[in-house]
Ligand binder design. Structure first.
Ligand code: NDP
Length: 491
């Protein structure tokens, strides 16, 4: 039979290719009704509590302690006792064993932690599962490796621990920021009092159970929950030797003022308005993926987010068209759905801040693009947004929005790109997209940013130091450099 004479078979071609939902079960997580303060290896009853919620639907999750100055005092005393009772004198190889154990336990319990992180913080499960948890474990593995090699890391300098470290972390990467801070501190022989952010305390509280499993001596790590007042009490505590802070520039400056003249050590990892620079010879499709990853990863709640996009004029139109098409494919919704690309905004206050800054962009004359998007009715949500026609003076080009909002600006020459990128009081990160290696090096040498990514963005690795220039802070976390703030040197 001739091909054309064959009877045609009806084939069922689906017309709708939308993803079915693929929710991760939350049954793996057990959340207690009420949490106390984890001090000296025990749970102490809090004087006062507040409710922590799930930003995806505002569901109350648990009552959590509002740490008082007395709680902080107890935690610092427990950390001091643990420091003096043997932790600081333990051989590095012994400290390493605890860190290796913690790393392995985080790996074993990673699904549980990832679900809790997404539930309490709002970030998509695929990010907490594939980024936050593997990186948190990797930090403990990495610093476990350094614990018995400090003499080699700093030859002829006799490294010694600093003492009790007060650590204050934000809500955008709750467990990962804890790992960034706790792992190097313990590797160097210090003890810790850590305060998680008010809105995202639950993974830090679950981490206390990992400490129990790892049989870490009591008091080596103490977790005190609460709001900014608890953080301020840690900063003011007289018996703390070092403060490590990640958060807003405003609070960072306030802490620096308070510590001036006290002799306490300080490292600050603060905000930024990163420049992501695309030259006309870049691979555009790859660049678009990098731009999306740079600003919509973790809803843009990223201190090094690529929130200012600089595009060479000759490719402006095709790039913006590609970007807008890509934006329309981002799936915004339930953080526990494995298909979700952009989850919930962390809190009502943060959503308000994003809305206010976006309104200012429209008012100042920028052009807004938001793809059609069905947002859930309950919870805190913001549609991924691109602003074009942005002037450098606009607030959306100057201030950290800390949300899924991108401002697009243009340039003609590398010199102009550089001048515009550096025209900010901050300097945490930057990205360069070009196929020319020499141009990457030329730009990287001149960009005033702690990290410069080339043909990629938002890549993190425990071996690589991370930190800021100018108002983005000082001190480095990660890598061998990340050990230094936790050491003093006996010459
Ligand atoms: P903050 O700087 O206020 O919070 C960071 C941490 O510091 C939290 O644990 C916070 O507690 C604590 N804290 C607040 N006030 C004090 C104080 N006076 N002394 C000591 N500790 C304090 O950031 P926010 O969470 O309020 O976010 C505000 C803005 O900061 C965001 O919109 C974003 O622009 C930026 N930000 C930048 C981050 C970064 O990584 N660079 C991270 C987070 C925010 P509590 O949670 O109770 O406020």
């Amino acid at each position: 039979m001739a091909e054309l004479d064959k009877p045609k078979r009806e084939v069922d071609v689906p017309s709708d290719w939308t993803y079915a939902s693929a929710p991760e079960s939350r049954d793996i997580v057990h959340i207690r009704e009420r949490y106390g303060q984890f001090i000296g290896g025990e749970w102490l009853e809090p004087a006062e509590t507040y409710e922590t919620i799930a930003p995806r639907d505002e569901e109350p999750l648990a009552a959590v302690g509002q740490g008082t100055p007395e709680d902080v005092g107890r935690a610092v005393a427990a950390a001091r006792a643990a420091y003096a009772d043997g932790w600081s004198a333990l051989p590095g190889s012994e400290r390493a064993k605890y860190l290796f154990r913690i790393a392995r336990l985080l790996q074993e319990r990673s699904r549980e932690f990832a679900v809790l992180e997404s539930l309490n913080g709002g970030k998509p499960i695929k990010e907490s599962r594939d980024v936050d948890l593997p990186l948190a474990a990797a930090h403990f593995f990495y610093y476990a490796g350094w614990a018995d090699k400090l003499e080699y890391a700093f030859p002829n300098r006799r490294p010694r621990p600093v003492g009790v470290a007060g650590q204050i972390i934000p809500w955008n990467f709750p467990l990962l920021m804890l790992a960034w801070k706790v792992a190097p501190a313990l590797a160097c022989g210090n003890t810790v009092v850590l305060k998680p952010a008010e809105t995202t305390p639950l993974t830090a509280l679950l981490f206390c159970d990992v400490l129990r499993q790892a049989e870490l001596p009591a008091g080596v790590v103490n977790i005190v929950t609460g709001d900014g007042r608890t953080g301020a009490a840690i900063v003011e505590s007289e018996d703390v030797d070092k403060i490590a802070f990640t958060g807003s520039t405003e609070v960072g400056k306030e802490i620096q003022r308070r510590l001036a003249g006290t002799g306490k050590r300080l490292t600050l990892e603060l905000g930024w308005k990163a420049a992501n620079i695309v030259f006309d010879d870049a691979a555009l499709d790859q660049a678009v993926e990098g731009i999306v990853n740079g600003i919509y990863f973790n809803q843009g709640h990223v201190c090094c987010a690529g929130s200012r996009l600089f595009v060479q004029e000759s490719i402006y139109e095709p790039l913006v068209a590609k970007l807008q098409r890509r934006l329309a494919t981002l799936r915004v919704g339930d953080p526990l759905d494995k298909n979700t690309d952009v989850g919930a905004i962390n809190s009502a206050a943060q959503l308000e801040k994003i809305r206010e800054l976006v309104a200012s962009g429209v008012e100042e004359g920028a052009e807004i693009y938001q793809p059609p998007c069905d947002l859930p009715e309950k919870g805190y949500w913001f549609v991924p947004t691109v602003f074009t026609n942005v002037a450098q003076s606009y607030r959306i080009a100057q201030e950290e929005i800390f949300g899924p909002v991108l401002s697009v600006l243009t340039f003609r020459t590398p010199e102009e790109a550089l001048e515009k990128a550096n025209n900010t009081p901050y300097g945490l990160s930057a990205g360069v997209w070009t196929e020319k290696g020499s141009r990457i090096l030329w730009m990287a040498q001149r960009l005033r940013a702690g990290v410069v990514w080339a043909n990629t963005f938002n890549r993190f690795d425990p071996t690589s130091p991370f930190g800021g220039y100018k108002e983005s802070g000082f001190g480095r976390e990660g890598g061998r450099h990340g050990l230094e703030p936790y050491l003093r040197f006996e010459e």
